[in-house]
Design a protein around this ligand. Structure first.
Ligand SMILES: [Zn+2]
Length: 284
């Protein structure tokens, strides 16, 4: 089974996770830029983070046989912090890079005027750079937040097929599919979405424009939730082709719209290093 996790924060994960993901069938991931759990105090720390998403992390992933791509943006939460706003001016420099396959994560956190502005501006950047957009939906007041997000997406003029609204649930999936956007689901151990609920949603809404991710990060999360969802689909009677469509061909189709998804197998090279550093330890 081949799996593409379209939303996972590998910066927060260990080499054990990479090994287990590869054993489970994961061959490609997209890591969206997001917030790190505590506020950043200057734009420069974003640039180091973006550079790591484009340098060290793809190197690390390749050592475990996994292709790593990323999305770049000022995340919704930190869009509210005036110290971080200058990041918006530097984004075009990053959006030109080869492994950047979308603008994201953008969207709403608390639905403030600052978030409105950052969301509209970054959707404009996606249009200018001819990139897809990964749009996070707020955890609180999800239905209202999703409806408002869809309004802003519509007003921006971006083609709906270039947009995924993520972290959806039973209450928001219908309106997102009706809009022509892609529907993303983050399958978590305790909250948001479970693999069984995901199976029911797929039974009710079909596999078209559906993306399943683990959204694993520094919080309670599980980087194998993509595989566990695939197994739950098979147990519920879905065929191999539909599982492959949801867990591989859909994310390839969505991010492939960037024109930058080069899926040649990475060749793990124990001898290689990244700027003098490697994942090896000592004299192994
Ligand atoms: Zn995320």
């Amino acid at each position: 089974m081949r799996i593409f996790d379209p939303h996972i924060h590998m910066t927060s994960r260990t080499t054990d996770d990479y090994e287990a993901m590869h054993a489970a069938g994961v061959r490609a991931v997209v890591e969206p830029a997001f917030w790190l759990g505590q506020p950043r105090t200057s734009p420069e720390s974003f640039y180091d983070y973006f550079d790591a998403l484009l340098g060290w992390e793809p190197y690390r992933a390749a050592q475990f046989g996994i292709q790593h791509f990323c999305t770049i943006a000022l995340n919704p939460k930190e869009a509210n912090d005036p110290r971080c706003r200058p990041v918006l001016d530097e984004l075009p420099r990053y959006l030109a890079k080869d492994r950047v396959v979308a603008v994201g994560e953008i969207g709403y956190d608390s639905m403030t005027p600052e978030e409105d502005e950052a969301l509209a501006l970054q959707l404009r950047l996606a249009i200018e750079h001819e990139l897809p957009a990964l749009v996070h939906t707020p955890h609180r007041d999800k239905v209202t937040g999703t409806r408002r997000t869809l309004d802003v997406v519509r007003e921006s003029g971006i083609a709906p097929e270039l947009v995924v609204l993520d972290h959806l649930n039973e209450l928001t999936v219908g309106m997102v599919l009706d809009s022509g956007c892609w529907a993303g689901f983050s399958v978590y151990p305790r909250t948001k979405m479970s693999e069984d609920r995901m199976v029911t949603i797929l039974q009710e809404h079909g596999a078209e424009r559906m993306l399943v991710n683990s959204a694993a990060d520094w919080g309670r999360s599980d980087p194998l939730k993509t595989r566990k969802t695939a197994d739950a689909m098979l147990a519920a009677g879905f065929d191999d082709d539909t599982v492959d469509r949801v867990l591989w061909r859909n994310p390839v189709a969505f991010y492939g719209q960037s024109g930058r998804l080069d899926l040649d197998e990475p060749k793990p090279d124990e001898e290689s290093s990244f700027q003098g550093n490697s994942v090896r330890r000592g004299g192994e």
